[in-house]
Design a protein around this ligand. Structure first.
Ligand code: SAM
Ligand code: SF4
Length: 328
């Protein structure tokens, strides 16, 4: 029987983000240290069967409607299309967030396996800056990957761009033009204090307000009514050439509408990106726990979901995990 999963603040949870690996082929400066992290051993990472089981409990017991694969970099997990096929059979919306570097190779298989839509993370359109930001000279492959995703019929294809003051904030209009020309929606994301290096400062955030004003001064925008629990504030170009979104996690937090939970690569269940506490579902899975046990563990974790992340307030505590270890 399906019963909605409701937290203490009456928010209904129905969106599962699954980190399929903590590993990554990039080293984005705002996400992980240049030398990488200590990767989890293979045996510590959930198997496809274990991931599918948690997802199935979320869908069958709680009526989840949306699953997104992330990481680390999800495409570095071998045989990803096999997992996609299994999760697609659950019948929810199924998407993925990726750095796009291997999409030119993988997009057709992932689409065939049942992946519906995709977000490609890209923070600079300039080769030298892309290299400085990711420590990889792979801009051309990411651009090819975006084209391959469009050609494979993944729809929509969106580009996620994290703006950082003094780093790439002079590319706002370039990204808007890129999105308009290629037919992809750009989603600008405010920089959050989740970087492994602890370099984040309030002053490094480029606010949604500034981003929208900058684009509007070149390509006129009109607001689009917000859809349900989507974190992006959306705007359409008045000349009809698509849309752009901003995710104002820092300056205009949307915690009151949050319907999301996360499963890390090693099976920790997290009810918030910034959660200080998590539930070890791998222990439940590997100690012979039943689906009822998983259901109970998830329900009790979500009951403790807090009102919001409190970035910018004295009560804010940065979680011990970096973004690459949580999954964006
Ligand atoms: N490797 C994949 C990718 O880069 O798309 C998926 C994992 S990555 C951690 C997910 C998203 O988190 C990316 O869009 C990335 O830009 C974003 N991200 C990472 N660190 C961030 C930070 N400190 N603030 C805001 N977004 C961040
Ligand atoms: Fe890897 Fe994604 Fe983090 Fe970049 S943002 S280091 S691609 S996990």
């Amino acid at each position: 029987m399906t019963t909605a999963l409701v937290d203490n603040y009456d928010r209904v949870v129905r969106d599962l983000r699954i980190s399929v690996t903590d590993r990554c082929n990039f080293r984005c400066t705002y996400c992980m240290p240049a030398e990488g992290m200590d990767w989890l051993a293979r045996s510590e990472i959930l198997s496809f069967e274990e991931i599918e089981r948690v997802a199935r409990v979320c869908v069958e017991r709680f009526g989840f409607t949306s699953i997104r694969l992330t990481g680390g970099e999800p495409t570095v997990r071998a045989d990803l299309a096999v997992l996609v096929e299994r999760l697609a059979a659950l019948g929810t919306d199924l998407s993925m967030t990726t750095n796009g570097a291997t999409l030119a190779l993988l997009a057709p298989d992932l689409r065939r396996a049942g992946l519906q839509r995709i977000n490609v993370s890209l923070d600079s359109l300039r080769r030298d800056r892309f290299l400085a930001l990711t420590k990889r000279d792979r801009l051309a492959e990411v651009l090819e990957g975006i084209d391959a995703a469009l050609a494979a019929g993944l729809a929509p294809v969106k580009v996620n761009c994290v703006l950082m003051r003094g780093v790439n904030d002079d590319e706002i209009v370039d990204f808007a033009s890129f999105g308009r020309d290629r037919g992809v929606g750009i989603r600008f994301i405010e920089y959050m204090p989740l970087d492994a290096q602890g370099a984040w400062r309030p002053g490094s955030v480029v606010s949604a307000e500034e981003i929208i004003a900058t684009i509007d001064s070149v390509f006129e925008l009109a607001p689009v009514e917000r859809r349900g629990h989507q974190p992006a504030e959306r705007f359409r170009y008045r000349d009809g050439r698509g849309e752009v979104g901003v995710i104002a996690s820092v300056t205009r937090p949307f915690c009151g509408d949050c319907d999301r939970v996360r499963l890390t690569a090693e099976g920790a269940f997290r009810n918030c990106l910034f959660a200080a506490r998590e539930t070890d579902l791998r222990a439940v899975l590997r100690s012979g726990g039943t689906d009822d046990d998983l259901e109970e563990a998830i329900r009790s974790d979500v009951a403790g979901k807090w009102a919001g992340h409190a970035i910018g307030q004295v009560t804010f505590v940065k979680p011990p995990r970096s973004m690459s270890q949580i999954g964006g």
